[in-house]
Design a binder for this molecule. Structure first.
Ligand code: GP9
Ligand code: MN
Length: 641
C-alpha cells in the first residue's frame, strides 16, 4: 500500500498532464500517418479499430521509458519522441517511393550502397513538418514554461506506463491473431504486420528476426560446404539422355495452381468434371502428368512452393524462408539461366510485399516482377488476396509478350484460395453438398481456375508462344486442411486416417515440352525435384549445384519424398509421426525399409536446412555459374500513377 502511495503521490499533476499530452499527440499523429500515407488495405471494422489503438501501446512503452531518468525525464521524453517521429517519417518517405516499409536488412544495405539522398529529397514536401509538430509543441511547452516539470522521486514510476503498454499490446495482439491467425509465426506480409501491430512494433519484431537470422549465419564458414558438396554429388541423379537438352533455348513458364490437390483431377461432381481442361492434359499423352507428386511446403505455403521450384532447396521448418532468408545468396533458376541469355519475370495479382517477394526475387535474379500495380485491381476483378485468375491471366498476356525471349517466367494464381468463396456471376458450376461450406466451394473455385487456364492456353497458342515454351503447372500446397476431414470423408468415401491424410498431400504436376512425347508418370516425387528436371530438359547440367532435389525423369531418381515435417512417402510405405504404414493396406507395419528411408529423409532435410540457415551458398561458386548481384534489381512500377 505504501508503495502504491509513493507512485501516486510523487508525480505531480502537471507532469502527468504533460506526459498524457505527449502520448495523445504521438498517438494521433501516428494514426493520421497510417490513414493518409500508407495503403494498408483495411477491410473490416476490427482492422479499423486495431489500426486506431495500435500506436497507443508504443506511445506508453517508449515515452514511459523516459521516466527512468528521474530528473531529466522531460528532455529525454522529447528526445524519444523525436527519434520515433523520425522513424515514422523515414517510413513515410520510403513508402512513397517503394510502396513498402523499411526493414533492418534494407537499412544495413543502404549503408553499403551509400543511400540515395537525391531521390529521398524529392519525396519530401514542406507539409511533412506535420510529422514533427508534436515534438515542436512539447519543446515549446517546456521552453515557454507552460509546464515546469518536477523530477520523479522513483524510477519505479516508469512501471505504470509499461504495464499499460503491455496490457494494450496483448489486447491488440489477441484481436489481431483472431482476425489473422498465425500472424507472428507465418508473418505473411509487412503490410499486415503494420496494419495489425503498427510501425514501431514492426520495427522491433523485424530487428529480432534479423538478429536471429544473422546469428545463424555468423559461425558458418566454407568448411561447412565440403561435406554437403560430397553428399549431394554422391546422391546426384544423372540426366536422362532421352530428355537432356530436348527443350534447349525454349521459354519456361511455371504456373502455380493455387491450393489444387490431386484428388480433384478426374473427380466428377454430379457427373460433371471439376477440372475438365486439366484432365484433358493429364490424358493427352503429350503432357507429362505426375500423379504421385507431393507438396513439401511448410508455413510459407505458396512462397515455399515457389522457393522449391526456383532453388531445389527445402523451405524452413518454421516461418517463411522468403521472409527470414531474403538476404541469402542463392543459385536460383532465373540467375542460372541469365548467363544463357534468358530474361526472367514473375507475375502475380497481389502486392509485391506479400511473402516479401519483392526482396527475395532480387536474390533469385528475377529481372521483372509484375505485381498488382500492373493490373486492373477494380473491385469486381478482385477477390480475397487479389486479382481473380481470369483477368489476371488475360492482362498478363501483353506483359508476357513484351518480354525478350527466351524467358523464364512464373504466373502465381490466386482464385482457388481458402475459403474458396466466389462472386456471383463468376461460376455456374455446382457447389458440393458435403456439409462444409469451404469444401463445397472448393469445387467451384477450382473449376473457375480450370476455365481460366483453358483460355490462357488458347491465348498462348494465338500468340505463338505455346510451341516454344515449356509449361510447368503445379498445385502449390493442400487446399483442404485436416479441419475439414469429416467433409473430406464424404468426398473421398473413405475414412481419413493419418495415412490417408498423408496420401492426400498429392498435388498435380504437369510438364508440357513442345515436341516431346509426354504421358502419365507414376514416380513418387516432390516439389524440390522440379528445378533439376526442368534445367536438364533445357540442357543445363545441375551436377555442380548444391541443390537437394533430383531430376524426376532420370533413371537414377530415388522415390523417397520427404515432407517438410519429416514424414515421408515412397511407392511402398508412408511414415507419419514416426509410424510406418504399408501403402497397399494402409495398416501400421514394422519395416526395415521405413527406418532406412527415415535416415535418408532426415539427412536430406538437414543438409538443406544447413545450406539455408547458414547461408552456405555464399561460400560456393558452381562451375560455369555467373553470380548475380541482388542490388542490381528493383521492382518499382514506373508506369503507376
Ligand atoms: C498471396 C498468395 C497466397 O500472394 O500467394 O498465399 P498463400 O496463403 O497460399 O501462401
Ligand atoms: Mn498458395
Amino acid at each position: 500500500m505504501n508503495k502504491l502511495k509513493k507512485f501516486s503521490f510523487n508525480i505531480d499533476s502537471k507532469s502527468v498532464q504533460f506526459f498524457l499530452i505527449a502520448i495523445v499527440l504521438f498517438w494521433l499523429k501516428t494514426y493520421v500517418a497510417y490513414r493518409i500515407e500508407f495503403n494498408l488495405g483495411i477491410d473490416n471494422s476490427v482492422q479499423k479499430f486495431l489500426l486506431f489503438i495500435n500506436p497507443l501501446s508504443s506511445a506508453f512503452l517508449f515515452l514511459g521509458a523516459a521516466l527512468v531518468f528521474k530528473k531529466h525525464w522531460g528532455a529525454v521524453l522529447i528526445g524519444i519522441q523525436f527519434v520515433l517521429s523520425f522513424l515514422l517519417y523515414a517510413n513515410v518517405v520510403y513508402y512513397r517511393f517503394f510502396d513498402d516499409f523499411i526493414t533492418w536488412p534494407t537499412i544495413l544495405q543502404l549503408k553499403v550502397n551509400g543511400g540515395q539522398t537525391d531521390s529521398a529529397l524529392s519525396l519530401m514536401t514542406p507539409y511533412d513538418i506535420f510529422y514533427f509538430t508534436d515534438t515542436i509543441l512539447l519543446v515549446l511547452l517546456l521552453a515557454l514554461k507552460v509546464y515546469q516539470l518536477k523530477s520523479v522521486s522513483t524510477r519505479k514510476i516508469a512501471l505504470i506506463p509499461m504495464v499499460v503498454a503491455v496490457g494494450i499490446f496483448l489486447f491488440n495482439l489477441s484481436l489481431a491473431e483472431a482476425d489473422r491467425p498465425e500472424l507472428l509465426t507465418r508473418s505473411f506480409d509487412r503490410n499486415y504486420l503494420v496494419k495489425y501491430l503498427g510501425t514501431y512494433n514492426f520495427t522491433i519484431y523485424d530487428a529480432v528476426q534479423t538478429a536471429r537470422s544473422s546469428m545463424q549465419r555468423t559461425f558458418a564458414s566454407s568448411d561447412d560446404v565440403t561435406e554437403i558438396e560430397n553428399n549431394l554429388k554422391a546422391n546426384f541423379a544423372k540426366p536422362n539422355a532421352d530428355y537432356f537438352g530436348q527443350a534447349k533455348g525454349m521459354n519456361v513458364m511455371y504456373i502455380s495452381l493455387e491450393s489444387l490437390q490431386t484428388f480433384l483431377i478426374d473427380y466428377k461432381l454430379d457427373g460433371q468434371e471439376v477440372t475438365p481442361f486439366l484432365n484433358s492434359l493429364a490424358h493427352d499423352g503429350k503432357t507429362f502428368y505426375f500423379d504421385n507428386f507431393f507438396h513439401q511446403t511448410g508455413q510459407g505455403k505458396t512462397s515455399d512452393a515457389e522457393f522449391m521450384m526456383d532453388n531445389s532447396l527445402f523451405p524452413l521448418s518454421q516461418g517463411s524462408v522468403f521472409i527470414n532468408k531474403a538476404q541469402n545468396t542463392y543459385h536460383a533458376a532465373p540467375a542460372i539461366l541469365k548467363s544463357r541469355g534468358y530474361t526472367s519475370a514473375a507475375f502475380h495479382g497481389n502486392y509485391k510485399t506479400f511473402w516479401n517477394r519483392n526482396e527475395i526475387y532480387k536474390a533469385f535474379g528475377y529481372d521483372q516482377f509484375f505485381d498488382a500495380t500492373y493490373y486492373n485491381m477494380t473491385p469486381e476483378n478482385v477477390k480475397n488476396y487479389g486479382l481473380k485468375d481470369k483477368p489476371f491471366l488475360e492482362e498478363s498476356m501483353p506483359l508476357l509478350e513484351s518480354l525478350p525471349q527466351p524467358f523464364y517466367s512464373k504466373m502465381i494464381l490466386l482464385s482457388n484460395h481458402f475459403p474458396f468463396a466466389m462472386d456471383e456471376g463468376d461460376t455456374d458450376f455446382p457447389a458440393g453438398d458435403f456439409g462444409d461450406k469451404v469444401v463445397n466451394q472448393y469445387f467451384q473455385s477450382a473449376n473457375y481456375m480450370d476455365q481460366a487456364l483453358e483460355e490462357f492456353f488458347h491465348n498462348l497458342k494465338e500468340a505463338g508462344l505455346y510451341d516454344n515454351t515449356i509449361i510447368v503447372m503445379y498445385g502449390d500446397h493442400y487446399g483442404i486442411s485436416e479441419n475439414h476431414n469429416s467433409a473430406m470423408e464424404r468426398v473421398t468415401g473413405e475414412e481419413i486416417t493419418p495415412f490417408k491424410n498423408a496420401q492426400l498431400q498429392r498435388v498435380p504436376l504437369f510438364i508440357h515440352v513442345p515436341g516431346v512425347k509426354g504421358g502419365v508418370v507414376h514416380k513418387y516425387s516432390g516439389e524440390v525435384d522440379v528445378q533439376p528436371t526442368i534445367l536438364h530438359l533445357l540442357g543445363v547440367d545441375t551436377r555442380n549445384y548444391l541443390h537437394v532435389g533430383n531430376d524426376i525423369l532420370s533413371p537414377e531418381y530415388k522415390e523417397v519424398v520427404p515432407f517438410r515435417n519429416g514424414d515421408f512417402v515412397t511407392p511402398e510405405v508412408t511414415q507419419v509421426n514416426g509410424v510406418c504404414y504399408d501403402n497397399e493396406t494402409g495398416e501400421e507395419i514394422e519395416d526395415q525399409q521405413c527406418s532406412s528411408d527415415d535416415q535418408v529423409v532426415k539427412e536430406k532435410l538437414e543438409i538443406s536446412d544447413r545450406i539455408v540457415t547458414k547461408d552456405l551458398l555464399r561460400f560456393y561458386q558452381p562451375e560455369g555459374y555467373v553470380p548475380i548481384d541482388p542490388n542490381d534489381y528493383q521492382y518499382t512500377n514506373g508506369t503507376k500513377e
